[in-house]
Design a protein around this ligand. Structure first.
Ligand code: FMN
Length: 167
């Protein structure tokens, strides 16, 4: 039987949240990933950098910007052993500078997504999905990349209905 994977990147720590800086103990994208897992019975996988960005929001934004500018592929802590057996992959990430964090690019580079369905979801503070879906299509040209879901980070706890509809 085919299983569903929910692969997500999310950073707790200090974040920009509804116009102010706030310490988050669970990242916004992780909240959405958890709801999707609850609704679909899919398996969660956290995409995690070996060397995480700073807990300080402003430092983190500079580090992420520098990585994006040089097209970095930050090393990850771990990968799923294989994607065999998963036909559908929910791919979650925060919008970082208009697209995905570069660690998500690392994850997409690692596997062959031919014939798989990717359902992108993102949390953000105003830019929605930005260019992320088109970047996923470039990285995974033989995957079926479906319409993405964008949820404002400060509204993730009220997003259950929207997620249900999208699924
Ligand atoms: C490095 C960095 C860059 C960001 N760039 C954007 C951006 O370009 N557009 C936007 O709407 N939000 C941006 N944000 C806000 C995040 O997308 C938003 O807070 C998101 O919900 C964080 O998800 P997380 O808690 O799962 O990491 C940025 C946040 C960080 C830390």
């Amino acid at each position: 039987m085919s299983r569903e994977l929910i692969a997500f990147y999310s950073r707790a720590d200090e974040n920009y949240w509804n116009g102010t800086l706030k310490m988050l103990h669970v990242g916004n994208t992780e909240v959405v990933a958890g709801l999707i897992a609850e609704m679909t019975g899919g398996e969660l996988f956290r995409i995690e950098q070996l060397h995480p960005y700073s807990k300080d929001y402003n430092e983190c934004t500079s580090e992420a910007k520098a990585d994006q500018s040089r097209g970095a592929r930050p090393e990850l802590k771990a990968y799923p052993e294989s994607l065999n057996g998963y036909d559908v992959i929910y791919l979650g990430y925060p919008n970082y500078w208009g697209t995905m964090p570069m660690a998500v690019f690392t994850f997409l580079d690692k596997f062959d997504f031919s014939g798989k369905t990717i359902r992108p979801f993102c949390t953000h503070e105003g830019s929605g999905l930005g260019g992320s879906v088109s970047d996923i299509r470039k990285l995974c040209p033989d995957a079926k990349v479906e319409t993405g879901l964008a949820i404002r980070g400060c509204r993730v706890n009220e997003s259950r209905h929207e997620i249900e509809k999208w699924i």
